[in-house]
Design a protein. Structure first.
Length: 155
C-alpha cells in the first residue's frame, strides 16, 4: 500500500491548475505561425504588428505557468471518504484508425477524470479518498491502494 501525502496531492492539484494555461498557449502559438506566414505573403505591416502582439501574449502566458502551478499547490483542500457511484470509459474517434480512451469515476454527481490504472482498480461502490477544493471533487485516490498520512482528512 502506498502512502498518500499532502505534498503528493498538492503536486497533483498544481498540475491540474497549470493545464488551464496550456490550451491558450497552443492557440497563441498557432496564431503566431499564421501571422508570420501571412507577413511573408501579403501586406506586411498589419500582420507583423499582430504577430508581435501574439508573441507578447505567448510570453505572458508562459510567465504565468509557474504562478498557476504554485497556486494549485498552495490551495486549501481537504480529503473525505466518498463512494464511487459509477465508472465510465469514453472512446473518442478523431479519424480512421485513431481513438483516445478517457476514464471517469462518478463521485457525488461529479465526473472525475482518472487514469487507466485507477480505473482498473476501482469498481462501483468502492470507497475512495476524494480531494475537495472549493466544494468540488478534484481528484480521487482508491483506499485499497493508498494510505493517507496527513491532517486534512475529514470523517
Amino acid at each position: 500500500m502506498q502512502e498518500l501525502t499532502d505534498a503528493m496531492i498538492a503536486a497533483d492539484l498544481g498540475s491540474l491548475s497549470m493545464a488551464i494555461l496550456f490550451f491558450p498557449l497552443i492557440v497563441l502559438i498557432l496564431i503566431l505561425i499564421i501571422f508570420f506566414r501571412l507577413y511573408f505573403t501579403k501586406r506586411k505591416r498589419s500582420y507583423l504588428l499582430a504577430a508581435f502582439i501574439s508573441l507578447f501574449l505567448i510570453i505572458v502566458d508562459i510567465s504565468l505557468l509557474p504562478s498557476f502551478y504554485e497556486s494549485g499547490k498552495q490551495s486549501d483542500f481537504y480529503l473525505t471518504y466518498k463512494e464511487v457511484a459509477s465508472l465510465e470509459e469514453k472512446v473518442d474517434h478523431s479519424g480512421p484508425g485513431t481513438s483516445k480512451t478517457s476514464y471517469y469515476a462518478h463521485v457525488d454527481n461529479e465526473r472525475i477524470l482518472i487514469g487507466k490504472d485507477v480505473y482498473d482498480s476501482l469498481k462501483q461502490g468502492d470507497t475512495v479518498y476524494a480531494v475537495i477544493l472549493h466544494d468540488e471533487v478534484k481528484a480521487v485516490y482508491p483506499v485499497t491502494t493508498y494510505h493517507y498520512v496527513g491532517d486534512k482528512l475529514l470523517p
